[in-house]
Design a binder for this molecule. Structure first.
Ligand code: S3P
Length: 425
């Protein structure tokens, strides 16, 4: 178990970061979606972090050939999905296990999906139930992984309105339909990240969204392969956006970030708190991509209760900004935080208390009284990469000792080297 000791940063920084980790959500999808084609998919800037390497290994066990040449990853799909002779390991990744569950439900064969100690504690009924309702054969352990799937290509049609806003549930259902289902529709209360819809549409799948309803038909023939350059992950970049906002006189340029509106809501809320943020749109392939410039500014507290799915992954880092802001901040309607890589409501609030921040936990969120400063503390990541990185950013102001930081490697292998660069002239 590695620990991270963060020193207080004694001077401002002004840097451009070219190598924020590539987008995790899109990388997982590239691996799975490439198996819908009969030709090799070419992926530039695939995220080579633990979570997404685990997804690549699953594709290999299903018969894909993966070649990695510097920043170019080629995935050649098998003619038929092979039945693996061992469990498919999804590591720490909820996205991997839930999306693979949807995909494999519609493939002939027996597949076992499992993961690390944290993933085995996260709820799986949210995908297992709707998939079983359309005829998938999935056995779980009282709602938890491992999942044993006996796939079949004769799934039923569905018209599903999810009561949980989750891109993972949405994607699992779409993948099951395309692989082995019938004409179907999927509706969510609030739009969640829409990479699945965008990417499958570009691959030629029968998928369209009308009046907030996604209409999907199974594919009769193989889809076009992907030829994609994955943008940097806005959730990973956000740690450094918060860093530039809270370290006096600092400025950062974050290059080639996904500017997909379903992914940059945290930046918008940080702006609502007073942050100085500029977006430079550069291209639009699969999704809008550009640079984000963030300059230090003083912040005020805010209440966030809407569009939670659009900033769910950034709430831990936003909590650091809320602790520095003037006045009270409140987060509501965010119960989903309790079933992420850790119970993020507890892990954020308990660790903030250790840093002498006045805050209170609610069932579906929290309240933070901004104090302008942190007390250096020893905090525990609870095995959650975003908790570890958020408190590392807080440590720039006060110093911080963070226990159990191996988890950072699941999404952002070069986080520590970028953090170190803030200390250089
Ligand atoms: C993800 C969706 C979100 C997010 C996760 C990645 C995805 O989860 O928290 O980090 O790639 O689809 P939910 O859709 O379950 O909220």
């Amino acid at each position: 178990m590695t620990n991270l000791k963060i020193r207080k940063l004694k001077k401002p920084f002004g840097i451009t970061i070219q190598d924020i980790a590539s987008d995790k959500s899109i990388s997982h999808r590239c691996v799975i979606f490439s198996l819908f084609s009969d030709k090799p998919s070419t992926i530039f800037n695939f995220l080579l972090a633990q979570d997404t390497q685990d997804s690549l290994n699953i594709a290999k066990k299903l018969g894909a050939v993966v070649e990695i040449d510097e920043n170019k990853t080629t995935i050649t799909p098998p003619t038929n999905i092979l039945q693996p002779d061992e469990p498919l390991y999804c590591g720490n990744a909820g996205t991997a296990i839930r999306l693979w569950a949807g995909f494999l439900s519609g493939c002939e064969g027996k597949f076992i999906l499992t993961g690390d100690e944290y993933l085995l504690k996260r709820p799986m009924s949210r995908v297992v139930k709707p998939l079983c309702n359309i005829g998938a054969n999935i056995k779980d352990l009282a709602g938890f992984a491992p999942l044993t799937i006996l796939g079949n290509t004769h799934l039923k049609n569905f018209s599903f309105h999810s009561d949980i806003d989750s891109a993972q549930i949405k994607s699992a259902m779409i993948l099951a339909c395309i692989k082995g289902g019938q004409n179907s529709t999927y509706k969510e209360n609030n739009l969640t990240r829409d990479h699945t819809e965008r990417m499958l549409d570009c691959m030629g799948a029968n998928i369209k969204t009308e009046n907030g309803k996604i209409i999907i038909s199974p594919t009769k023939k193989p889809l076009r392969p992907l030829n994609i350059t994955i943008p940097a992950d806005p959730s990973s970049a956000f740690f450094f956006a918060v860093a530039a906002t809270i370290v006096p006189n600092s400025q950062i340029v974050l290059k080639n970030i996904s500017l997909n509106p379903t992914r940059i809501e945290a930046y918008k809320q940080l702006e609502n708190m007073g942050a100085d943020i500029t977006y430079i749109n550069k291209e639009n392939t699969y999704e809008p991509i550009g640079d984000i410039i963030v300059k230090h500014s003083s912040l005020v507290g805010i209440t966030i209760s809407d569009n939670i799915a659009w900033l769910i992954d950034e709430l831990p880092a936003l909590a650091i900004a809320m602790s520095i802001a003037k006045g009270k901040s409140v987060v509501k309607n965010a119960k989903e935080l309790r079933v992420k890589e850790s119970d993020r409501i507890s892990s954020i609030i308990n660790n903030l208390k250790l840093c002498d921040i006045c805050c209170e936990e609610f069932d579906d969120g929290y309240e933070i009284q901004g104090s302008g400063k942190f007390q250096k503390a020893t905090i525990n990541s609870h095995g959650d990469h975003r908790v570890a990185m958020s408190f590392a950013i807080a440590g720039l102001l006060s110093g911080m000792d963070i226990e159990d930081t191996d988890c950072i490697l699941t999404s952002f292998p070069n986080f520590r080297s970028i953090l170190r660069s803030l200390y250089q002239d």
